[in-house]
Design a binder for this molecule. Structure first.
Ligand SMILES: [Zn+2]
Ligand SMILES: [Zn+2]
Length: 330
């Protein structure tokens, strides 16, 4: 019976309904009108959408267990390790950098705009490095390995990625004066939107969201980010406001005539949890082992994926630039 109880608790936690259940039990519905209450009410939305996505796929006979297998295994593995490290990392950075903050902001709408722009900048830095530094790509590639887009992809991350991302994002925001309650609110909105943009075309076939695509980052933009097509590689690093993609020239809208191919360019076994989780680390290890001299070995760790000591580089930037040169009108 103990096992059933543990499983039940895990299901409740995954569905995000634990907060709502305690509100129902207490009968104190007024708490739902507070900021924390709104967060409690929204927590089950993404898990429920994921279930809806799977049910729809089943009804239309488009469900393929392989699309969900590795992402589910990753979620289960991470459930045990990463969340706790990440929470500890955020608390540590808030304590460490709080005293060094340039100034102190408060929880108001104008500081929210400021805080969000700073947060997006910090997110851009973390995400850009995750794609451009081979060692960090080893942590991030797990999220890019799935060859299909659906909401379970939002749970597919290497367990050390969340702490690494949160250390960079929290440190920059705290140093830039974003006050902690405001930061936690931004993290909540970001987490919600960051999950939603992985909605599959089962539920939302056109992810551009009409006029919204002009002002925010839509599921369509993030589908492009997950694509391995030469035109789409290493673009759209932002999460909700794509202001920094615009500033740094990495904004790439989805093009009607370039159908998205999800996944990474390395040949891999998409049904293998081990390949998805450790495949890039194994590939890096091989390159470091075979690289001549200590300098080349170290360069493999910090240069972008595709860099080679032989000079025959195949980085995402080179592949994309080459594609755009050949198709001048893109
Ligand atoms: Zn990415
Ligand atoms: Zn993603």
């Amino acid at each position: 019976m103990e096992v059933i109880k543990i499983l039940w608790d895990e299901i409740i936690l995954f569905l995000g309904v634990d907060g709502l259940l305690s509100v129902f039990q207490s009968g104190d519905y007024s708490s739902l009108l507070t900021l924390k209450g709104i967060q409690t009410a929204l927590a089950p939305v993404i898990p429920l959408l994921l279930i809806l996505e799977i049910v729809r796929a089943l009804l239309y006979r488009r469900f393929r267990a392989a699309d969900y297998k590795v992402t589910t295994l990753t979620y289960m593995f991470n459930r045990f390790v990463s969340r706790f490290i990440s929470i500890a990392a955020v608390a540590f950075c808030v304590g460490l950098f709080g005293r060094l903050a340039l100034f102190k902001s408060t929880f108001t709408w104008y500081w929210l705009i400021y805080g969000y722009i700073v947060w997006e900048f910090a997110h851009f830095i973390y995400h850009y490095l995750a794609h451009k530094v081979r060692l960090f790509w080893c942590l991030h590639s797990t999220h890019h390995a799935p060859e299909n887009m659906n909401l379970s992809v939002t749970y597919a991350h290497f367990f050390l990625e969340a702490p690494y991302a949160d250390v960079i994002r929290t440190s920059i925001c705290i140093l830039a004066g974003v006050n902690p309650p405001l930061l936690f609110f931004i993290m909540f909105v970001d987490g919600f939107w960051g999950a939603f943009i992985h909605v599959g075309d089962n539920i939302l076939s056109d992810g551009r969201l009409g006029f919204l695509q002009r002002i925010i980052l839509t599921p369509s933009h993030h589908r492009v980010h997950h694509a391995r097509n030469p035109l789409y590689m290493d673009t759209n690093f932002c999460n909700l406001l794509n202001v920094w993609d615009w500033v740094f020239g990495t904004l790439q809208p989805e093009k009607e005539d370039v159908a998205i191919e999800y996944g990474i360019t390395r040949p891999m076994n998409p049904g293998s949890f081990l390949d998805m989780y450790f495949g890039e680390i194994a590939a890096l290890w091989r390159d470091v082992k075979n690289g001549p001299g200590i300098k080349n070995k170290l360069l493999y760790l910090v240069m972008p994926p595709g860099w080679s000591h032989t000079g025959e580089h195949k980085t995402a930037k080179m592949i994309r630039d080459e594609f755009r040169r050949r198709n001048l009108n893109t």
